[in-house]
Ligand binder design. Structure first.
Ligand SMILES: *[C@@H]1O[C@H](CO)[C@@H](O)[C@H](O)[C@H]1NC(C)=O
Ligand SMILES: *[C@@H]1O[C@H](CO)[C@@H](O)[C@H](O)[C@H]1NC(C)=O
Ligand SMILES: *[C@@H]1O[C@H](CO)[C@@H](O)[C@H](O)[C@H]1NC(C)=O
Ligand SMILES: *[C@@H]1O[C@H](CO)[C@@H](O)[C@H](O)[C@H]1NC(C)=O
Ligand SMILES: *[C@@H]1O[C@H](CO)[C@@H](O)[C@H](O)[C@H]1NC(C)=O
Ligand SMILES: *[C@@H]1O[C@H](CO)[C@@H](O)[C@H](O)[C@H]1NC(C)=O
Ligand SMILES: *[C@@H]1O[C@H](CO)[C@@H](O)[C@H](O)[C@H]1NC(C)=O
Ligand SMILES: *[C@@H]1O[C@H](CO)[C@@H](O)[C@H](O)[C@H]1NC(C)=O
Length: 324
């Protein structure tokens, strides 16, 4: 299938420099230590000293020139595609703030906004500018639709879109489809993925709400994730190709069932849940052990959630502003 993409680069957006610098230097320190200690048997004391030299220096300054890209790559690569519509500029801007201020340690989590072909003149300018600035948009070869195959187009296009001879393989260990009214806490997501298999995995919030059995129905559209081998299977198998109509997330579960895929499944309930108000069988109180909160349908719910998780605690003090 021919797809058009505006982006094949895998770089991340810029989180706050201080955070990035800290996270990256911590990460590179670990990679550096492991690599050098195992290969060269270098003494640790000297190395440790090096790492403290200067936190404002460039993030790869402490890497030896020799260290190959393989050693420098984050050990876990996750793509989170968030379907939106081309005109939802404000929503994307908001989500960029929410995710751009998170920097999970030791993992690359790329957030990309996914939509179908542009349809209006102004979009060709505004979306192009957005891409120039943020490079986090994937435009699939499709017409915008609900329950008409956008999920199929998304997953099945990725192997070709991300196929690159110089990039790592797989380009991502895991690919997620996330809702634009879901708040993901990327560090917690990464922590929960770390011990899981990287093959044949289907991860999410099991439907129906009371169910804890990931082998029966399917994972909720609030956000589900599969390993790269399943993405490849979706792009080549006739089973999904033949069945793209219907409620997308339910149909997704049916592909896996009919294809006898995803023998590894992980139910992330109750680390993933619906916002507590209004209470239903799918809701849970906000609590520290949270990977995702869903149904953030208005600004008030977003604010309440972001406040609960203290997301502005890391705001750096400055004479330039005062925020109570
Ligand atoms: C650590 O580095 C500083 C200079 O950056 C040096 O003065 C000190 O002796 C070093 N300590 C060790 C244990 O190597
Ligand atoms: C850290 O590095 C930056 C740029 O490399 C330099 O400007 C700054 O003076 C250094 N700070 C310290 C404390 O060495
Ligand atoms: C990392 O190193 C490469 C090659 O040495 C250099 O081109 C790049 O600018 C460096 N990046 C940072 C953030 O210092
Ligand atoms: C890089 O590593 C290779 C061996 O892996 C070694 O032969 C070479 O001298 C190293 N180069 C530098 C600049 O350290
Ligand atoms: C999407 O746009 C591309 C290039 O502009 C075009 O070739 C393709 O036919 C369009 N696809 C749909 C489904 O409209
Ligand atoms: C990836 O690219 C290679 C060569 O560029 C090609 O042979 C292969 O079929 C491509 N794979 C996909 C899934 O597009
Ligand atoms: C595709 O769908 C058609 C009609 O529903 C069916 O006859 C065919 O067996 C299906 N093929 C696969 C591979 O599921
Ligand atoms: C947010 O900060 C408050 C006050 O420091 C603390 O009591 C609370 O546990 C924090 N909440 C979370 C989810 O970390």
């Amino acid at each position: 299938m021919m797809m058009k993409t505006t982006t094949a680069r895998l770089d991340r957006r810029q989180p706050s420099p201080r955070l990035t610098s800290f996270a990256l230097s911590t990460f590179f320190l670990i990679v550096f230590l492991c690599a050098l200690a195992s290969i060269n048997g270098v003494r640790f004391e000297g190395l440790l000293n090096m790492s403290y030299q200067n936190t404002t220096s460039p993030s790869n300054a402490s890497l030896p020139e020799n260290s190959t890209s393989a050693a420098a790559l984050p050990e876990l690569r996750v793509l989170i595609g968030i379907p939106t519509l081309p005109d939802q500029y404000h929503r994307r801007h908001f989500l960029r703030m929410v995710y751009g201020t998170q920097s999970p340690v030791g993992a690359q989590v790329d957030i990309k906004f996914v939509f179908c072909n542009l349809t209006k003149e102004d979009q060709t300018v505004l979306v192009a500018l957005e891409i120039m600035r943020y490079d986090d948009i994937i435009i699939l070869n499709c017409k915008e639709n609900m329950n008409n195959g956008k999920t199929y187009t998304y997953f099945s296009s990725l192997p070709e879109l991300l196929n690159s001879t110089d990039g790592p393989y797989p380009p991502y260990h895991y690919v997620m489809k996330g809702d634009d009214d879901t708040y993901f806490r990327l560090d917690n997501l990464v922590q929960s993925l770390r011990p899981l298999p990287r093959e044949d995995l289907y991860y999410g919030y099991v439907i129906p709400c009371p169910s804890m059995d990931p082998f029966r129905e399917y994972m909720s559209g609030m956000g589900y994730l599969v390993s790269w081998d399943i993405v490849e299977w979706i792009s080549t198998s006739d089973i999904p190709k033949n069945r793209t109509e219907g409620p997308e997330d339910k149909v997704f579960g049916e592909w896996l069932r009919d294809g006898h895929r995803a023998k590894n499944r992980y139910n992330a309930k109750w680390s993933m849940y619906d916002f507590p108000q209004p209470p239903t069988g799918c809701t849970h109180e906000l609590w520290p052990d949270t990977i995702a909160v869903h149904r953030l349908k208005n600004q008030e719910k977003w604010i309440q959630t972001l406040k609960y998780f203290n997301v502005t605690d890391k705001l750096k003090p400055s004479k330039l502003y005062h925020i109570p």
